[in-house]
Design a protein around this ligand. Structure first.
Ligand code: NAD
Length: 489
């Protein structure tokens, strides 16, 4: 018997009905104060700034801004908690607190996901399926290490470093907080964390959980503010370690500040990942991976596959399939479960993306953009690709941090390795091929911390992450992620 298989025609106008996630179940403190020594308190000078929803430019909450005096209060609280409680606590007990944080994130997963999408602009599907579960997984993973440090560092005694100052960006606010806080707690350090000024809210929700799970006051302190607040934390004399994730520009500045002070530091910085597609790869699967690699989270991903290298003989077919797929991407309300691409995080970031798109055209690149209609209010950018670009173009060399893909072709393996390595960055990369030998050969020759094979943007707490060259110093995640938070004797 013959079965008729019906195929869907994606070229017809196929509208999805809106599927909005509700905001009824979320609670945001108004105003949102600083979290110091286990309490929510206003700043010393009572200053507040607004955090807005980038999808409609409406204010969500007033957030207390920490100045130098507040940073000092937070560091003092962290020092006191370190000396009196946390560094003396049995590792098994420390582990229990971290497990508790992980479980409470899971319990409040919906609330976290909605707040993340409201404050940051990312689609709810991503906040719900990536950011929040991965954050909980990070706490679970490092909770498990708390009482097993002798296995992480056999034959050595691992001592905590002391007070860690941690500064994070806006692209994965809760997840970056988890990447920083979980290993620091597991190894016995206390913390002052500063989220990015455009996305403070999920970190402050995490502060509520930390209070709820009775973590001793001062073990984790969370303060908000912009570059000045971050700088005050970096310069504070009683901070023993700085963990920074953000731009290469600020990372270099931090490095200059801490060199010679005796502070430990790790830097997770920018990227310009090469996604390499060979003619023996399954093309449709690769196209899906390329789209995910650059348009996931509006391209606000340090490891985004922003440069595509396609083997010349399949380039025409791949580019045409990519354009077709881009036409079906849904740009719109981050809270709609159908949305593929949400809002750009801020006006500053949108202007930067537009500037690069302009530069790309002026330098002679051919542009293609999804023919989507963008909402009138808020910050939006259509998925964009450039062809007819070369290694010397700025959009091929510089990090854009938006949904903009630059495509080049190659003929040989040596050529593509040379091209892929020809940037100041070295955070991540991708290889698409049917041949395991090519995967192993390329992943050794491409100077990047992570190489994905026949997939992209996959994360796991047990896998270390970090960069070469101007993409950073040190590793986060995995056993390696414990190292920056210990002194080994
Ligand atoms: P940014 O460097 O502007 O800001 C990052 C954080 O640093 C924010 O909290 C900010 O307030 C703070 N800051 C700014 N100036 C400071 C100063 N002088 N001293 C101390 N702190 C200061 O970066 P961004 O625009 O928020 O984030 C985007 C960048 O982050 C991109 O370059 C991206 O590649 C990078 N990033 C890297 C990783 C990674 O793991 N390698 C992960 C996410 C983002």
């Amino acid at each position: 018997m013959k079965t008729e298989v019906k195929t869907l025609d994606f070229n017809t106008d196929w509208e999805y009905s809106p599927a909005l996630e509700s905001t009824d179940h979320i609670h945001i403190q108004e105003p949102t104060d600083l979290f110091i020594s286990g309490e929510f308190i206003p700043g010393v000078r009572g200053k507040y700034f607004e955090t807005i929803n980038p999808a409609n430019e409406e204010k969500i909450a007033n957030v207390a801004e920490a100045e130098k005096a507040d940073v000092d209060l937070a560091v003092k609280a962290a020092r006191k908690a370190y000396d009196n409680v946390w560094s003396k606590m049995k590792p098994t007990e420390r582990g229990k607190y971290i497990f508790r944080i992980a479980r409470l994130i899971q319990e409040r997963a919906r609330e976290f996901a909605v707040i993340e999408s409201l404050d940051g602009g990312k689609p709810i599907r991503e906040s719900r399926d990536v950011d929040v579960p991965l954050s909980a997984a990070h706490f679970f993973y490092y909770a498990g290490w708390a009482d097993k440090l002798e296995y992480a560092f056999p034959g050595r005694d691992a001592h905590p470093v002391g007070v860690a100052g941690q500064i994070i960006p806006w692209n994965f606010p809760l997840l970056m907080a988890a990447w920083k806080i979980a290993p620091a707690l597991a190894t016995g350090n206390t913390i002052v964390l500063k989220p990015a000024e455009t996305t403070p809210l999920t970190a402050m929700k995490l502060a509520e959980i930390i209070q709820e799970c009775d973590l001793p006051p001062g073990v984790v302190n969370i303060i908000n503010g912009g570059g000045n607040t971050g700088q005050a934390l970096v310069e504070h004399a009683d901070v023993d370690k700085i963990a920074f994730t953000g731009s290469t520009e600020v990372g270099k500045f931090i490095m200059k500040t801490v060199v010679g002070t005796g502070k430990k530091y790790t830097l997770e910085l920018g990227g310009k990942a090469a996604n390499i597609l060979f003619d023996d790869a399954p093309v449709d699967q690769a196209v899906e991976g390329i789209v995910n690699g650059i348009f996931f989270n509006q391209g606000h991903v340090c490891c985004a596959g922003s440069r595509l290298f396609v083997q010349e003989n399949i380039a025409e077919n791949v580019i045409s399939k990519l354009k077709e797929r881009m036409e079906t991407l849904i740009v719109g309300d981050p809270l709609d479960k159908n949305t593929d691409i949400g809002a750009i995080n801020s006006k500053i970031q949108l202007d930067k993306i537009k500037m690069y798109v302009d530069i790309g055209q002026k330098e002679g690149g051919s542009i293609f953009q999804s023919p989507c209609s963008l909402p009138k209010m808020g910050y939006w950018h259509a998925p964009t690709l450039f062809t007819d670009v070369s290694q010397s173009h700025r959009i091929v060399q510089e990090e854009i941090f938006g949904p903009v893909l630059a495509i080049q072709t190659f003929r040989t393996v040596d050529e593509v390795i040379m091209k892929a390595n020809n940037t100041p960055y070295g955070l991540s990369g991708g290889v698409w091929t049917d041949k395991g030998s090519k995967i192993f050969s390329l992943s050794k020759k491409i100077r990047a911390g992570v190489i994905w094979a026949n997939t992209f943007n996959k994360f796991d707490p047990s896998a270390p992450f970090g960069g070469y060259k101007e993409s950073g110093l040190g590793r986060e995640g995995g056993v390696e992620g414990l190292m920056p938070y210990v002194n080994l004797v």
